[in-house]
Design a protein around this ligand. Structure first.
Ligand SMILES: Nc1ncnc2c1ncn2[C@@H]1O[C@H](COP(=O)(O)OP(=O)(O)OP(=O)(O)O)[C@@H](O)[C@H]1O
Ligand code: SF4
Ligand SMILES: [Mg+2]
Length: 332
């Protein structure tokens, strides 16, 4: 756990409701995020890991103040983000930025890169004057490893990797203190992934940022280090130092993720993640029970709370100690 928290997520819940049928009488609720709590310190790295649909993006969007939570709260330096208005909210958006999951969809296809970068520079930092805006835009491009000549191009004229670098540059324009990067390497060739993760690590140090990196595989978390938070069907089921989770995952789902992670020994790449059977929701007991090979009778009755089991390592499992040592999996 961080010594001092910059960001505290407290009991965050997000339900999406959809009505249909005659007069909208039928409804369906998706429980995207369920009672999630964790903290991030200054200069912290937290990797949020989980399979598709586990609520990672929704949680990231709430932290970036782009999605309203159904309940719970996010405190930034002790202040409730939901209560921020006007200049204070603008300031928060400046300090907490998000790099979106799909860089192509998030860049306006009709704007050239100069327009894409100069707009947040003008709006969020108050920088004015074409010369200064141009100079700062070039500086952002250089910071993310792009050449100046990219500045007059449109997004479709760039490669996937270049577009991702532009997305990162745009998020950096306001000099954020917290960067939320949503699956920043999943759409890139394996050969580029390590370069990008190294870029995030460098930017974090140079710009004194905390990074919340969303990913579906533990191999990416291994490269980033820091702490790892594992989500399953909207719930946080384990959070602790990445090195500990890789060496000895406490939660059976984290163990499955680890077993499904491609080995990285000697390979200059990070893996493709895991394809796991479709998740099934339960109404009572442990959310992971339908897939858990260690389930016992208590798991069907009582939901396990997320509790500290070893120092700074929290897990939501009744049987985390009473199961065999997981198969040794090398991800190093
Ligand atoms: N705006 C929305 N309206 C309705 N349902 C939504 C909305 N956004 C997300 N969901 C649902 O919430 C759940 C969590 O979605 P989310 O995108 O946060 O998952 P994710 O972990 O980021 O998945 P992926 O790895 O595929 O990006 C999913 O069931 C999704 O369909
Ligand atoms: S609480 Fe029970 S069902 Fe849930 S993960 Fe632990 S052992 Fe499996
Ligand atoms: Mg997502």
């Amino acid at each position: 756990m961080p010594e001092s928290s910059a960001l505290e997520v407290k009991n965050l819940t997000v339900h999406f409701s959809r009505t249909f049928g005659f007069l909208g009488r039928l409804g369906r609720t998706t429980k995207a995020v369920e009672d999630v709590s964790f903290e991030m310190g200054e200069l912290d790295v937290v990797c949020l890991v989980g399979e598709s649909g586990s609520g990672k993006t929704t949680l990231g969007r709430c932290i970036a103040a782009l999605t309203h939570p159904t309940s719970g709260e996010i405190l930034y330096r002790g202040v409730n983000v939901a209560k921020l208005r006007g200049g204070a909210l603008r300031n928060y958006r400046k300090e907490v930025q998000m790099v979106f999951q799909d860089p192509f969809a998030s860049l306006n296809p009709r704007q050239n890169i100069y327009a894409i970068l100069s707009t947040p520079l003008r709006k969020l930092t108050g920088l004015t004057g074409p010369a200064k805006l141009y100079e700062e835009s070039v500086s952002l491009l250089t910071d993310v490893g792009l050449q100046e000549d990219v500045i007059h191009k449109l997004p479709h004229q760039l490669s996937g990797g270049e577009r991702q670098r532009v997305s990162i540059a745009r998020a950096l324009a306001s000099r954020p203190k917290v960067l939320i990067a949503d699956e920043p390497v999943s759409m890139l060739d394996a050969s580029l992934r390590l370069n990008f993760l190294a870029l995030f690590s460098r930017l974090r140090t140079e710009r004194n940022m905390s990074i919340l990196l969303i990913t579906h595989d533990l191999a990416t978390a291994k490269v980033m280090g820091g702490r790892t938070a594992v989500m399953y069907l909207g719930k946080l089921v384990e959070i602790g130092p990445t090195s500990e989770i890789l060496a000895r995952p406490h939660h059976p789902y984290a163990e499955l993720l680890l077993e499904s992670t491609p080995r990285m020994k000697g390979e200059p790449t990070v893996g493709e993640g895991t394809t796991i059977e479709k998740s099934e929701r339960v109404t009572k007991g442990c959310v992971y029970r339908p897939r858990c090979k260690y389930a016992t009778s208590i798991c069907a009755e009582t939901e396990p709370p997320l509790e500290e089991k070893t120092h700074s390592h929290l897990v939501a499992c009744h049987n985390w100690l009473n199961r065999p040592e997981p198969k040794a999996v090398t991800v190093s």
